[in-house]
Design a protein around this ligand. Sequence first.
Ligand SMILES: Cc1cc2nc3c(=O)[nH]c(=O)nc-3n(C[C@H](O)[C@H](O)[C@H](O)COP(=O)(O)OP(=O)(O)OC[C@H]3O[C@@H](n4cnc5c(N)ncnc54)[C@H](O)[C@@H]3O)c2cc1C
Length: 645
Amino acid sequence: MSRSTHSPNLHPGLPREALRRPFFFPSPFFSWTGIVLDLRVVRNYHGAISILRFTARIPHPIRSSLSIKHSDSGHTKRLPILIHPPAPLLPWFVALFFKEEIKDPRSNYEVVQGPLLLGLFAAAAQATPTSNCKCYPGESCWPAQSKWNELKTSVGGRLSTVAGANDPAKCAEVTAKWNDPDWVASLGTWPMLPFWSNSTCYPSNSGSCTSDCKQGVVPTYVIKATKVADIQAGVKFANKYNLRLIIRNTGHDFMGRSTGYGALVINTWRLKDITLHSSWSSPGSTYTGKAVTAGAGVMIHELYSKVWAANQDVLAGECPTVGVAGGYVQGGGQGPLSGIYGLASDNALQFTAVLADGSVVTANHRSATDLFWALKGGGPGTFAVVTSVTFKTFNRVQVSGMSLNIVGSGDTFWEGYRIWHTFGPELVKHGIYVWYAASEGNIIAQPFVAPGKTKAQLEAIVQPMLNSLTAANVTYTASPVQTFPNFGTLYNEMWFTAYHAANGQAGFGGRLISLTDAVNNGDNIVAAFREVLAKYPAVGFGGHLVNPGNAVPDPNQELSAVHPVFRKTADVLVYLYFLEDCLSASRRAEGDINEPNWQNAFWGNKVYPKLLKIKEKYDPNRTFWVKSTPGSEKWKLVNERLCKA
Ligand SMILES: Cc1cc2nc3c(=O)[nH]c(=O)nc-3n(C[C@H](O)[C@H](O)[C@H](O)COP(=O)(O)OP(=O)(O)OC[C@H]3O[C@@H](n4cnc5c(N)ncnc54)[C@H](O)[C@@H]3O)c2cc1C
C-alpha cells in the first residue's frame, strides 16, 4: 500500500525539532533600563535534559538566584545565577545552564522567584505568548497544572491526559478489541489508522503490549464532552493558552485529521442525542417534511437504526461507525442512496455549532447562511465545532441489489476490469450505487444498490455488462438480483463488511472520476490501474460507483460546498495515490492529506475562494486548523508542531 510523504516523528516523545530549537522571548520591554534580558528554555527529549539560560546586557555583574518549580510534583529548586556584563569575545551574551532530569515530557518548570526583572519577564512571557508556534508541553507558555485542574473542574471532570493505547493495565482489552471500530471510536483520541499517531504503543504482532511506551505524537489532553458547554470551555481554554485544538469524533478519518501532537482534543463522540421530527420547518427553507436531528457523536449505524425504526430513510454512508456530523457531512458525504437523494450535505437542514470565540451558533437557510453552506462539504474541523445536525428523512422505497465477483489473471482479467469500469456511467445514470474493491486478479463489487428499481429493472440494466464479460471469456460470478422492501434490509443482508475493521495500516488517496473521463478516457484509466498494480502489487483500489448529481445537480454549488466535479462523477475512487495527474479532481473526505494544489483538487477554483472568505470571517485567528482545509495555508506543521507559515 502506498504511503504518503508525511513523515511523523520516528522517536515517540517530543518532536525532533524540540531537541535543538529553543524558544525565545524578546524583551524590548526592558530596553529602556539599559538591560536586555532573554530567557531561553531548551528541552531535550531523549536525554531528558532541560536547559535554562538567559542572556543579559548590563553595566555591572549581578549575583542572584532563581527558584524554579516543577509543574506536576511541585518540587522547587534554587539555582545561583551570575549575570555578567559583556565579555570581549562574547559580546552581550552570558549564559547560565542547569540540567534537570525530566521523566514526563508533559512536565514543566515555572520560574517562581528570581531577580525582579527576570521574574517579571517570565510572567509576561507566560501571559502573552510571543512564539510563532502553538504552545506545546514542556514550554513555559504551557498552562500550569493548576490551570488544567481548573479546566477539568469546569468540564465536570471530563478532562484527561492522553497516553498511547498501550496502558499496560489495559493490555488484554487493547489486544482483544484492536480491530473493533466501535471500540476505537469510543476511545478519547486514538485514530482508526495508527499510522497517524506514529503507531505509538500499539500491540505487537504477537498481541503483547510494548513495555517501552512513550507519549509519542499523540495529543496531550482530551475533553470527552457530554454537553455543549464542555466544548465551549475547551475552545476558550485553547484560545487563552495558544494551544493546538483538535476536534475528534470517531477517529475514522483516513487522513489523520482528528489527531495531532501536543494538542488539546475536544472529543464529541458522547453527544448521542437523536430526535425525530414528524414535521420540520426550517427558517428560510421551503422544506416542510420529516427530519432527524443527530448529536455530534452519532454514528451512521445509530442514525440508521433510529430512522429505520420510524420507517424512514436518511442519506448516510456505508461504514456503520463513521460519525454523521463530523468529517462525513463536512466532506459532503456520499452514501448508497446518493443516486436518488444527492449528498448528505444536500440534505442538511440545520447545524448547531460552537464558533472559534466559544459562542454557540445556529446555522440554517436564514441564520449564519454562509457558515451553513461551508459546513456542508467545506472541510471538517475547520469552521466550527458542530454540536448537532438536522437532516431530511424520506419515505422508504424498495431496493434491488446484487453482487459481482470478477477473477482471473493477465489480459483476460484486465479486459473484465475494463468492461466493468467503463460500464459505471451506465449504472449511475439509473441512480445505482456500487461499493467495490479491486486488486490484481480480483474485483468484488458488493453490493449494487438500485433504489426504486424492481428485480426485472436491475436485471435489464446489468445484462449488457454481463454479456460483454461472457463474450470476453472473463471469469465472474454474479449473484441473482434480489429485491428488498427497503434499503435497510439490503444493508443488513448484503453489505461486504470486511473493510470496516479498525487499526489497519494503509496510506490513502482518492480521485473523483467524472462521467466524462469515465466515458472518454475509460480505457486509459483502466490501463493506468493496471500499470500501478503491476508496479505496486500491494496497492488496492476501492470506491463507489455513484453520481450524487444524478438527482441533485446543484450546478451553481448553492446547496453544498463540494467540488463541482463531485456532481458529475461516475466513480469516487479511494486507496489510490499514484494517479493524481491524470484524473479529474479529488474528494476531501477520501483524499490524500499531502495532495499538491489541494485547494483546486478538493474544492476547485469556484468554491475555494468563497470558503476562504468564510474562514476569515468566522475564524480569523485559526483556532481551528486542519491540514489542507480552507485557510490552513497560514499555518503549517513543522515536525508536528503547528507554527505560522
Ligand atoms: C470504513 C470507512 C468507510 C467510509 N465510508 C464512507 C462513505 O460511505 N461515504 C463517505 O462520504 N465517507 C466515508 N468514509 C469517510 C469518512 O466520511 C471520513 O473518514 C470522515 O472524515 C470520518 O469522520 P468522523 O467524524 O467519523 O471521524 P473523525 O476522525 O473523528 O473526524 C474527521 C474530521 O472531522 C472533524 N470533526 C469531527 N467531529 C467534528 C465536529 N463535531 N465538528 C467539526 N469537525 C469535526 C475532525 O476534526 C476531523 O478533521 C468512510 C471512512 C471509513 C474509515
